[in-house]
Write a protein that binds this ligand. Sequence first.
Ligand code: HEC
Length: 226
Amino acid sequence: MMKTINMKKAIHISIVIIASMAIMSCSNTNSPNYQYMPNMYEPVGYETYGEYDIFENEMEAKLPAEGSIPRGWMPYEYENSTAGLELARTELKMTLPVTEENLAKGAQLYEIYCAVCHGTKGDGQGILMQREKFLGIPSYADPGRNITEGSIYHVQMYGLNAMGSYASQTNELERWQITQHVLNLMAALKGEAGLIVETMGEDAVNNLPQLIESAEETNGEEPVDN
Ligand code: HEC
């Protein structure tokens, strides 16, 4: 009698063990498990960069419509070519007013993006030049280069040979702020006077006639704003 009960028990236990092993063996830890009530996990709306049948190519993220302009971005009309550079060199003018703030911001950005190659003074002796990681970095005072506000802006937009573009790291305002700093570095290297800051300090009041004259020249030009 005792023996048969034990036998039955043993069979029951082994059935449970075999059944649970059979169920367990079906689970694959490499694939996602079952989801019960998936609405708890999955949003009803379309997720950014998600894949959905409803969209063309199943892509939620679309390319912007042709001709659209991102916020804070201004179209730049000069071509990425030697001709474009030469045109910008002579034609492209800075409309950003020269202020202490713009100069300070320009100096800061220059140290971040440009000084590694061009050097803090703009003499072409940055750390990467000294370590010979890059060669052929010119001094801004290089007499062979007629560097102008337009060319400084243009090379930041597109780069030039070994120099890369800074169009994705900086916005239009920042590129003109950097340009102001480069103009000042270039003037210092050449022993010329730098940009005149447009403030009305004591000195400025003494030079009032001159200031009015220069203000009239820049009149009607909108400051860059973004
Ligand atoms: C990776 C090193 C490197 C960095 C960083 C760099 N440049 Fe240059 N830059 C060069 C080289 C090399 C040239 C010379 C390109 C040539 O003429 O082939 C050059 C040329 C120039 C010129 C001369 C353009 C002309 O009219 O001939 C200007 C102006 C200039 N860079 C400004 C900048 C500014 C502003 C920055 C920062 C936003 C910057 N560079 C960052 C390497 C660099």
